[in-house]
Ligand binder design. Sequence first.
Ligand code: ATP
Ligand code: MG
Length: 309
Amino acid sequence: MIKAVSLSRSFGAKAAVKDLSFEIKKGEVFALLGPNGAGKTTTIRMLTGLIAPTSGTCTIEGVDVTRNPMQVHRNVGVQPEVPGHYDTLTAQRNLEFYGKLFGVKQPQLGERMRDLLQSFDLWDRRSDTVQTYSKGMKQKLAIIRALLHDPEYVFLDEPMSGLDPVASKTVKDFILDLKAKGKTVVLSTHNLEDADRLSDRVAVIQGGLIALDTPDNLRTNLFKRTIVFHLKAADDAVVAKLRALPFVRSAERSENKLVLEVENPEEENPQIVDLLVKAGYKVQFVGEVRHSLEEVYLKLVKPSKGAPQ
Ligand SMILES: Nc1ncnc2c1ncn2[C@@H]1O[C@H](COP(=O)(O)OP(=O)(O)OP(=O)(O)O)[C@@H](O)[C@H]1O
Ligand SMILES: [Mg+2]
């Protein structure tokens, strides 16, 4: 388990992270969301012992990451926001260096390097110096580096940024594979669809913590349930009939579609269908509108000063 207690970090007079407390369970995929400058990278750097908090603590499996960084690093893999490779060395030499640093012995190191380089389509370029790599290739190498010693806790700072669709899919599949193996993954991302699909829970931060829950709970807490009824032919009279029902919060019509906000659709949809059928309307489809994590995020995060409302 990762436990952050009142984690705060300032740079000079500027507070980058304010009083963050949360627990991340073993085996969880946990996403940090928030606008540029919200403190995601600073939080990941504190959680992994790369920088010390100004106040507060972080422990991984009970070990204080600030006091015992070396003990923690054996168990932790980090893909930083900026890759930071040795550019004049080949990809292979870079990985050998980090592998040894993390205590991975041969022949396991060679096998692991080959598997990961092949998965990320870099095997044929392993003998090229990193300075000849494209941005996405450097990013992929940083992810490989984080996974090299098969750590229990994997921290990925915007792992899909700059990757082509195939590489991005590879990384997402890797994250799900790590979860299936019981590993814990903490990632930051601006891609809310990815966060929704990959994460067990998301934390929205903007200096401090704005929200922390499963994507589904955030949706349910922020939005009423919205149901769409497709009729063969709808009119305004049917909208008036539905608005008169005590449990219908709102009803709107768009052509032959009726969009209703209701309290408890499992109980109320059958009553609505019954009413529609008895009134002679033909119900073709009934579906629930699933609010996206983007809608949730936009409702939670305040626009920065000067941004259009
Ligand atoms: N080394 C540093 N020196 C001074 N200020 C810093 C430093 N690192 C971060 N900050 C400041 O801390 C705040 C949080 O930055 P951070 O990089 O953690 O944000 P972020 O959420 O990762 O943003 P992004 O989405 O752009 O990556 C920002 O105001 C930033 O300017
Ligand atoms: Mg960042």
